[in-house]
Write a protein of this length. Structure first.
Length: 131
């Protein structure tokens, strides 16, 4: 009488290991991509927060002279200048001067320079002179 053998053959085990390796490699690749996208999103959110904070400080402190700086690995610069004369509105008769304020934040992401800009308009009474 022959005895029945139980278990897996070497070929079955090798096929199972090969399938497991393919699934693991695919999953790790997808996870790496997802983490990279998460880092890009974090960097953009940080840049937006820096730009918003610098803009608020610039507007709330009229005597501010700081026009650039660094926060961690992000650098920022701010500029304010009179708007172009072809603006869609004319406030000169009311002696109001529209001025454009722009904050740009730059950072390095995987060897490539990225940037985010935030702009607004401030209407000020006066001669239109810069800060």
């Amino acid at each position: 009488m022959a005895r029945a053998e139980s278990g897996f053959t070497l070929v079955e085990v090798l096929v199972a290991i090969a399938i497991l390796a393919l699934v693991t490699a695919t999953t790790l690749g997808a996870m790496t991509t997802a983490v990279g996208w998460g880092n890009e999103g974090d960097n953009l959110l940080t840049a937006q927060n820096i730009a918003s904070n610098q803009l608020e400080q610039w507007i709330s402190a009229p005597d501010s002279t700081s026009q650039s700086g660094e926060v961690a690995r992000f650098s920022w610069e701010i500029s304010e200048h009179p708007m172009d004369s072809d603006a869609p509105f004319d406030l000169t008769s009311a002696q109001l001067i529209p001025r454009q304020i722009q904050v740009t934040v730059r950072w390095d992401e995987n060897g490539a320079e990225k940037s985010f800009s935030l702009e607004t308009v401030r209407v000020a009474a006066g001669t239109g002179s810069a800060r």
